[in-house]
Ligand binder design. Structure first.
Ligand SMILES: NC(=O)c1ccc[n+]([C@@H]2O[C@H](COP(=O)([O-])OP(=O)(O)OC[C@H]3O[C@@H](n4cnc5c(N)ncnc54)[C@H](O)[C@@H]3O)[C@@H](O)[C@H]2O)c1
Ligand SMILES: [Zn+2]
Length: 374
């Protein structure tokens, strides 16, 4: 192991696993797999884009799926499972997921169920998968009733992250990961929140050392929160900041608005809700400026869609009895340290007001790209 490797240990109900982060670290994937899943037969699951651009020295059969969310299906799960049996894989195997969050969730669920469960090693290659999907042990598939509705908690045996592979990631996908990282800083660590802003130009230019620091910072925050609350009964809900409004925007656009952009807008609106509820003024404007600097240009849909969005927020998984609940950020870094009051009820008229003021703020701040209409 090179001395430059950042190692974060993630604890969960059944044990612990390391997340190792280093530029160039993918070269050591064979040793990593042998150390964490010794003696097992290895199969790699990846998608077609990643297979083309991400090189690794593992000698093992590679099962390739089409890229994109459409691969997170039970059909694809069944097909991968059958292909593994066809290739003679059995209980004494390990899967290595090389790809973005789609590959990680799909391969993780195959591993959770294959021969009643085999280990999986995650090698996330998108920034979103590095800072978010790689920690927490959630795996899952989409159904026609919604996303991630079928799945399992199946923590990996280890996570190997090489930020060098982000060179080839499309800029919209890079931004999605940066927005989740900004969310981590906003809810849990003010210094990290400011560091991201200070380094935004270098991060957008994919400076590998800065990306390594970013991934390590986010993984530490997410690991801390998730270790404290593995199954989402308490503090983990702070990681949903921006997501009550964000999910409503995504659903409204029929998922044409990218998740990260929706969460960015969601953070701004939710911060504005906090201001309307009497929290500190100026957070929404400051957040908007930071998100603008990392390239967010999407703005909110027009006021004629407000009621539809408000209805969408009630359907969020945090909604109890139809009210709108959100993890409202007020002071950077403070949400995760607030005791047991991580989410609040947001009265519908306050959220409506916040959508209005956020829309004006976004226009003043130069956001101009209308989200794709549903
Ligand atoms: N399990 C969790 O805790 C968790 C958390 C957050 C998100 N997710 C899931 O993750 C998924 C989104 O993840 P995502 O944004 O990584 O999507 P993704 O896996 O579709 O990756 C985005 C795109 O980038 C490509 N790509 C990945 N790495 C690349 C690289 N290094 N170079 C070039 N192209 C590359 C992929 O082929 C894909 O086209 C969603 O399905 C979401 O539900 C899961
Ligand atoms: Zn998210």
């Amino acid at each position: 192991m090179s001395p430059a490797t950042d190692i974060v240990e993630v604890r969960h109900a059944l044990g612990r696993y390391p997340v190792e982060i280093s530029v160039g670290g993918i070269e050591r994937l064979p040793e990593f797999v042998e150390r964490l899943a010794p003696g097992r037969r290895v199969a790699v699951i990846t998608d077609r884009n990643v297979a083309r651009v991400v090189e690794h020295p593992l000698k093992a059969p590679v099962l390739v799926v089409p890229p994109g969310e459409a691969s997170k299906t039970r059909r694809r799960w069944a097909d991968l499972t059958d292909r593994l049996f066809d290739l003679g894989f059995g209980r004494h195997s390990v899967l290595v997921a090389v790809g973005g969050g789609v590959v990680g969730d799909l391969a993780g669920f195959v591993a959770a169920t294959f021969a009643r469960g085999i280990p999986v090693i995650q090698v996330p290659t998108s920034l979103l998968a590095m800072v978010d999907a790689s920690v927490g042990g959630k795996t899952g598939l989409n159904t026609r009733h919604g996303k991630n509705l079928v799945g399992a908690f199946h923590p990996p045996s280890g996570v190997l992250i090489d930020p060098g592979v982000l060179r080839t990631l499309r800029s919209g996908h890079l931004r999605g990961g940066l927005i989740e990282a900004i969310k981590h800083g906003l809810v849990a660590d003010a210094d990290y929140y400011d560091w991201i802003d200070h380094e935004s130009a270098a991060l957008l230019a994919r400076d590998p050392a800065r990306l390594e620091t970013l991934v390590a910072g986010s993984v530490r925050i997410k690991a801390g929160v998730v270790s404290a609350d593995e199954r989402e009964g308490g503090v983990r809900v702070v990681l949903n900041a921006g997501h009550t409004v964000g999910h409503a925007l995504e659903r409204w656009s029929r998922f044409r608005l990218p998740h990260g952009d929706a969460v960015g807008l969601g953070l701004i609106v939710e911060a504005m809700v906090g201001e309307h509820l009497g929290g500190g003024a100026g957070l929404a404007r400051d957040l908007a400026a930071r998100l603008f600097r990392i390239g967010l240009r999407a703005t909110l849909p027009g006021p004629e869609y407000d009621e539809a969005l408000l209805d969408g927020m009630r359907h969020d998984k945090k909604a109890l009895s139809g009210e709108i609940r959100m993890a409202i950020p007020d002071t950077p870094g403070r949400l995760a340290a607030r005791g047991d009051r991580w989410t609040s009820t947001a009265p519908r008229d306050i959220v409506r007001q916040a959508l209005g003021t956020a829309r004006t703020l976004l226009t003043e701040s130069g956001f101009h790209t209308l989200p794709p209409a549903a």
